[in-house]
Ligand binder design. Structure first.
Ligand SMILES: [Zn+2]
Length: 191
């Protein structure tokens, strides 16, 4: 585990850039000459400027992508149901959408004394095949000759290459979903 995370590094970089930008603006305001500021910038600073803009845009897009996933609301814990309940909302992971289902047994098996949180978290399951991110049709999977898999939508032509099969990606999706369920449960208990 590294001491400085990538996020901290990016924050530091952005902070120093904003500080530099602020000093430039203050200088421009006090000297009253904006052109002087631009003309005085060396080429490498301009290149750096463009680089930082592009980097900021990438970070913003990545943030939005991650944030969108957090938008998966777990507020629909129904009472005990003795059958699988398929949720309306699809869970995005690995560039495709996954069907989530929930099973909350009304009974407690003997010798399996789980707390409420574990019961809630383990009530979720991911269904294969995943669905197309464009039109939500179930995807088809073919094994590639040189390794990896190809997922294809027979409805709209969406194609995606993936190193792992969708069965393995479903397991990973479930891990992420269950962790989010844990966070959601803790958040609701804290209220
Ligand atoms: Zn499609």
């Amino acid at each position: 585990m590294s001491i400085i995370s990538k996020k901290d590094l990016v924050t530091a970089l952005l902070a120093s850039f904003l500080f530099w930008l602020a000093t430039q603006i203050v200088t421009a305001v006090f000297t009253g000459s904006w052109m002087w500021v631009i003309n005085s910038l060396p080429l490498n600073v301009l290149v750096m400027f463009v680089f930082v803009i592009v980097l900021s845009a990438l970070i913003f897009l990545r943030y939005r992508q991650l944030h969108a996933k957090r938008g998966f609301g777990m507020l629909w814990l129904q009472g005990p149901s003795n059958e699988w309940v398929t949720l309306d909302q699809l869970f995005p992971y690995a560039g495709v959408l996954w069907t989530v289902r929930q099973f909350a047994p009304g009974f407690r098996s003997i010798g399996n004394r789980e707390n409420l949180k574990t019961t809630f978290v383990n009530s979720f399951d991911i269904v294969t095949p995943p669905r197309c991110p464009e039109c939500q049709t179930e995807l088809e999977q073919t094994h590639q000759f040189f390794g990896g898999y190809r997922w294809e939508c027979v409805q709209c032509g969406f194609k995606k290459r993936n190193r792992l099969s969708y069965y393995r990606e479903a397991n990973r999706t479930l891990k992420i979903l269950r962790r989010e369920a844990e966070i959601d449960f803790e958040r609701r208990e804290a209220k």
